[in-house]
Write a protein that binds this ligand. Structure first.
Ligand code: SAM
Length: 275
């Protein structure tokens, strides 16, 4: 796969004239590690979707529930978390190591602020590592020395692309994922959460308007793919019940007290298992 030059694969580095995916996400989650240019992205999307920050919350809550499922029920002891994000309330290693204390976690990201934070946070956690790499270059990630040393690819592992692939603008996202899936041993799991165009009048227009704002913002990316397009990212994995659904509908923690907001109809997630 040749190296394209999408905004998400060219790290922002210290260029403060560009918004960073990780910092925009942090701003949506009410974090402190973001700049004016990042908040500007949200402000632009807010003109068409006042509740845009809920995309981030629905995504993050899905990630935490998927971690609990994979560690608690599937008994997975190894995690490859692609696009780890800035540390917020609870990170993958905190959730899974509470259930399986010696679970191994490797985070991969390309944002300098994420890498710096993670190195500090993980200083005393020997089972958790952070790798600087481009998550849209699967062969680079899979060949990384730390990934290979920390994770045993002869035993089942969980791979996360949570809140990441909608930043990949290429038409070959499914091929990219199949390279990852091919490298996983049988019994492994893949969790994906993705901006979603539900293809119903009520919400599709909202999804397309948000996409237009994200793509033309200083962040430059954020695609709302359809069900068929997101399902294709799982290849022929066997979907864990309830399949690919709105993130809020994937094993919610309790009964819903009110209807979902419109924005929450525009992010979907699922977990697949390799036979
Ligand atoms: N997975 C986390 C979660 O669900 O809470 C964070 C999601 S955040 C929206 C996306 C993360 O992917 C950011 O930390 C960003 O830096 C990272 N990212 C985006 N494109 C990347 C790339 N090409 N290579 C590595 N990391 C990337």
């Amino acid at each position: 796969m040749s190296q394209p030059s999408y905004p998400s694969v060219v790290p922002v580095g210290v260029d403060t004239s560009r918004a960073s995916i990780a910092r925009v996400y942090d701003a949506a989650l009410h974090g402190k590690d973001n700049f004016e240019i990042d908040r500007e992205v949200l402000a632009q999307v807010r003109t068409v979707a006042p509740g845009v920050a809920e995309l981030a919350w629905a995504n993050r809550d899905f990630l935490i529930r998927a971690c609990r499922f994979l560690a608690g029920q599937a008994g997975i002891t190894q995690y490859l978390d692609l696009g780890s994000g800035l540390p917020t309330s609870e990170n993958t290693h905190q959730v899974v190591q509470r259930i399986i204390p010696d679970a191994r976690v490797v985070y991969v990201d390309n944002d300098p602020m994420v890498l710096a934070h993670a190195r500090v946070l993980l200083e005393e956690n020997r089972q958790t590592s952070i790798v600087e790499s481009d998550i849209f270059q699967p062969l680079e990630v899979l060949g990384n020395r730390t990934v290979r040393v920390e994770l045993d690819f002869s035993r089942p592992l969980a791979l996360f692309q949570v809140g990441t692939l909608h930043h990949y603008l290429g038409a070959d996202a499914a091929a990219l994922m199949s390279t990852y899936i091919d490298a996983l041993p049988s019994g492994s799991y893949v969790a994906i959460a993705h901006f979603f165009d539900p293809e119903v009048d009520e919400y599709s227009e909202l999804a397309r308007k948000m996409e237009d704002k994200f793509v033309h913002s200083p962040m430059g990316c954020g695609l709302f793919r359809t069900r068929a397009e997101i399902q294709a990212l799982f290849g022929d994995l066997e979907m864990v019940e309830p399949g690919l659904v709105l993130c809020d509908d994937w094993w919610p923690d309790g009964p819903r007290l009110g209807p979902l907001s419109a924005v929450r109809h525009c992010i979907a997630g699922g977990v697949g298992r390799k036979r």
